[in-house]
Write a protein that binds this ligand. Structure first.
Ligand code: NCD
Length: 337
């Protein structure tokens, strides 16, 4: 991907060098994300943020990342309040809105919709999730997190062993993460899902033909043994025909502290794109794991800001000017965790 001016629609656009460049810029964003320094490098720039599906982290971390670089955010969150509800095409909407923004982040319930929107846009568009298809920025922040968790354990990404657990059929985060792993040395991937919610065959085959070892299983205990990372996911109930159908799978693959202790190697990292479903009957990641230091889910969501700041800086071509428009902050910045 040639970052300046590019749309970011799929992980397939990335080569390994692009990912390394992004991570190197993300590392440099830490003092700004931690509010020790502020930069105004994007002063005057506008992010059009259009999220037509529920979102907390992705929408707000895109917005925070842009604000932290000194830019402003225009948020649109309900498709019913836009002219799309009057029958306007995504192309026309994009054509208009791109006149009001420098870059657009978008989430939409239909696969391929963000790509269609990008065709009408005169400014770069970043895919914040299109149906069950892809969620490229989540995969990038997930890999950034995996890298830093392994580094703190004295390891690199080579030889990575990862279990992806849950709704692998509709979960766009695991689709994008799998595509991203194609860029790395052969890794071991355990795919743990009920048969009806298996990873799409196209992705499993791509992993196998890239030389990765793929094991598919329905059994959580077997799937999470002998890995470095357990990546749990939520049943994507909004993609099922009915809530009752989603209920068939909810709560089947539940990781809690006792399952972890009995089956995982010491220091196995626990990840989840969030939100975890904390309702009784779901709890794919039990709250009794909250005191486990290997629970990386909130480090993951924190890293989302760094990675999205880096992406904006590269797309708007200011990555090397961030520090020249910066100063220390003078308010209280200490964080309790
Ligand atoms: C994910 C998503 O929207 O795909 N959430 C996120 O962006 N962190 C995962 C999910 O909703 O289950």
């Amino acid at each position: 991907v040639k970052f300046p001016g590019s749309h970011i629609l799929s992980i397939d656009q990335f080569e390994r060098g692009d990912v390394e460049r992004l991570f190197e810029v993300a590392d440099r964003m830490r003092p700004y994300a931690h509010r020790q320094r502020i930069t105004r490098v994007l002063e005057g720039a506008i992010l059009g943020s259009m999220f037509f599906e529920p979102s907390t982290r992705t929408r707000i971390s895109f917005g925070s990342a842009f604000n932290l670089l000194g830019g402003e955010v225009r948020d649109t969150t309900r498709i019913e309040t836009t002219a799309i509800a009057k029958g306007e095409s995504l192309f026309d909407t994009a054509r208009v809105l791109s006149g009001y923004s420098d870059v657009i982040a978008m989430r939409h319930p239909e696969e391929g919709s963000v790509r269609e929107f990008a065709q009408g846009s005169r400014v770069p568009v970043i895919n914040g999730g299109d149906g069950s298809n892809e969620h490229p920025t989540q995969a990038l922040l997930d890999l950034y997190t995996i890298r830093s968790e392994l580094m703190s354990r004295g390891r690199g990404l080579d030889g990575l062993r990862i279990a992806m657990v849950g709704d692998l059929r509709y979960g766009r985060t695991v689709h994008s993460l799998s595509r991203l792993l194609l860029l790395y040395q052969p890794v071991h991937v355990h795919l743990v899902a009920p048969p009806e919610l298996r990873m799409p065959a196209e992705i499993t085959e791509a992993l196998r033909s890239a030389g990765h070892e793929v094991i598919e299983t329905e059994a959580l205990e077997q799937g999470i043994a002998g890995v470095d990372i357990v990546y749990s996911t939520r049943i994507q109930e909004e993609r099922f025909a009915s809530r009752e159908e989603a209920d068939l799978y909810r709560g089947r693959l539940r990781l809690n502290q006792s399952v972890y202790t009995a089956n995982c190697e010491p220091n196995t990292v626990i990840m989840h794109p969030l939100p975890r479903d904390s309702r009784a009957g779901a709890q794919e990641l039990d709250v009794d794991l909250n005191d486990n230091p290997n629970l990386a889910i909130f480090r993951q969501s924190d890293n989302g800001v760094l990675v999205r700041m880096a992406l904006f800086a590269l797309i708007l071509d200011v990555a090397d000017q961030v520090d020249t428009h910066a100063r220390d902050v003078n308010w209280f910045t200490e964080r309790r965790f």
